[in-house]
Design a protein around this ligand. Sequence first.
Ligand code: B3K
Ligand code: ZN
Length: 874
Amino acid sequence: PQTIYLSDYKVPAYLVDTVDLRFELFEDGARVHSTLELRRNPESDETAAPLELDGDSLTLESVALNGAALAAGDYEDRGDQLVVRSVPEQFTLTVVTWIEPQNNTRLEGLYKSSGMFCTQCEAEGFRCITFFPDRPDVMARFRTRIEANKDAYPVLLSNGNDVEKGELENGRHFVTWEDPFPKPCYLFALVAGDLVEKRDTFSTCSGRDIDLRMYVEPRNAEKCDHAMDSLKRSMRWDEEVYGREYDLDIFMIVAVDDFNMGAMENKGLNIFNSSCVLASQETATDLAFQRIEAIVAHEYFHNWSGNRVTCRDWFQLSLKEGFTVFRDSQFSADMGSPTVKRIEDVTLLRTAQFAEDGGPMSHPVRPASYMEISNFYTLTIYEKGAEVVRMIHTLLGPDMFRKGSDLYFERHDGQAVTTDDFVKAMEDASGRDLSQFRLWYEQAGTPVLAISDDFDAETGVYRLTIEQSIPDTPGQTNKKPQHIPFALGLLGQDGQPLPLQLESGDSGAPTERVLELTEAVHTFEFHGVESRPVPSLLRHFSAPVRVRYNWSREQLLFLMSHDPDGFNRWDAGQRLAVDVIQSLVNAPDDAEIDPRLVEAYRKLISDADLDQALVAKMLQLPSEAYLIELTDKADVPAIHRAREAVLRHLAGALKGELLGCYQRHQGSGPYEVTPEAIARRSLRNTALAWLLMIDDEEGRSLAVSQLNAADNMTDRMGALRALVNSGFESDRQEALDDFYNRFQDDPQVVEQWFSVQAASDQAGQLSDIHKLLEHPAFDWKNPNKIRSVVGAFAGQNLAAFHNPDGSGYQFLADQVCRLDDSNPQIAARLVTPLTRWRKFAPSYSDRMKSALERIRDKAGLSRDVYEVVHKSLA
Ligand code: B3K
Ligand code: ZN
């Protein structure tokens, strides 16, 4: 496969003003008539360039130029390109193609999912529908006529407004849609199916009434309310916080079962993976409710950050994704608890994005090259990209940031632009110089801050030295220091925050500051300090960096109970737990577990005055994945044993407190999805899980009754998971069977049922996984099912996956090879755990590497998997 470079970017040689599409949908295929109004791009210097349109898996039926059919010699069909050598300055091109949506297993372009037609065009799916300049900087106005059998496909949708509809012969009908906003073809969408419609309205800030419509399969009609409410909250929030009003008269959401990712922001017609939009109290957990709210918001926010202002090329992907993730995280913070949201985001970043950044696929937020763009929808583009925008927000402050985003939207409305244009707007609005800051977009790798301190009691000066370095990553060495906002505070011995006096005598100094690091080494002096303070470093996680500082356990315990920054209180608890667990890896069985950890947790569980949402987070021990990320040459089974030993020890020592906590948080009254209620359920279910880790009889009967009495999926799943992970084998099987019998007709619940087993070291050993793959509800064509079994096993059931005999790796390689032909995007995602082979102890890493080599040697490897595997082995 070819590598595409950012440095090769050229403006398009031809522009498309309008696209007129006619789809004839049939059971054995679809005919697509496309009429394009084209002209040479005055900004292009390729004045004699032939017209080249992208295509993929298309059968070309005819080509006409200005209405006259072209003879075979006048054009060339190269399969992936349609080339017309001589064309005038301005012309109309009509292309007719035949495609087979019913056989499209890649789920890119037009395909069928449970009987309905739907599309996915980002990044390069439109070329699977018709020949077109498939690049985001070609923006055109679309008109789309859809024709299909009326009984089977009563609902026919595309972007914009429906302008015409009518009956045709043979029981067929048509609807025509017109989108007034020019858009890149990746935002095109079409849906045809037998769907029910749920309607609502939203009144915008300027008083326009927007028609909100959700389309779902009839059996899901009762699962739309939460998404609809989330949509209305998002629309209001974007008006209030960013001054962004919705632009079309209709906003539609469609749920489809077979979808490669979470959702897609097609103009006016968002398409969602069913699992990211459908919810009811009985079938969705609190986590799912929160995820749905965030994804609905994310896709809606794209209407401005992505659609009105889009990307010039795919190297700029983070322009829309980083900014939109930042916007959706601000939204979620405003809807719930900002501290909890920050903890969740940072957990994902530190566990998974840091791992990506330190592995073979490491790439900058604005990559310089790629082979397959689908492989670049990564945690780096999304999550690190959002952190980069967050740092701009921190450096500028909220008011200047808003001025900057206003300027960005105003300046670039209707354009396809670059991350640099975004930074420039922020600079121009605020007057700040962000030239060094731009390195965050260019340099890959997670910066490391090595921090040391000393205190001079004589002078009352506390000195902090911060040294930054950025590790080498593939293709990048000797990196320059980056511009890092570093928030901190200092706590006195009594736990009180100290004024941060950078000059002596500044007694009105603030107790928190954002220091700006720009050099490789900085030393900061704080004056007027009476005794050695405890530093609270990188508050709110003000930059996506690793902090190396030699905390003592005493200091961490102190921060856990005194830091005014809730995030750092949580972080101190995590660091303490990491330290304790790490000290037990490969230690003798009777090694002592620090009693101070037990006392810290006792306090957390028992103190009802603490913010219970924060306590619920603090009680989650660092995950195995995070512990691996922190380790060189990880021995996963040993890490797993150490972590479990700590959990069991805590559960045993705190049994009384756990039972008390369980009773105290017994819900009364109707089910609610508020931060308080979520925290309550989370605490109870954690208490239950811990009790079952020690096979406690009381815990067992609580779990069984909770499972039977639950009126919501969070409690039902909490009890099921606790039983599945316990040693109570017969309860486990009975619970799993009952659960399946009750919910077998609901695919979203069956997915959860699969993954609770696949992710469990008790129920998800390799032989169990093989059984799940044979289960009648499993379906190799459905990405959610694949993720919930194969993905959950390799990504969450780490001790089983890293079986010393290498069987887990070979299993994953087999599944990747089997999926490579049918759905390369999903196959390439599944490889991820193997790409990290260098992180593990030699006997593991050798076996991981040979599994990768087996994939590499498969005949006819897709470009997607090729890129990931070859880069990992390089
Ligand atoms: N923009 C889409 C992702 C498309 C992925 C294509 N492989 C969803 C989102 O980020 O909102
Ligand atoms: Zn997005």
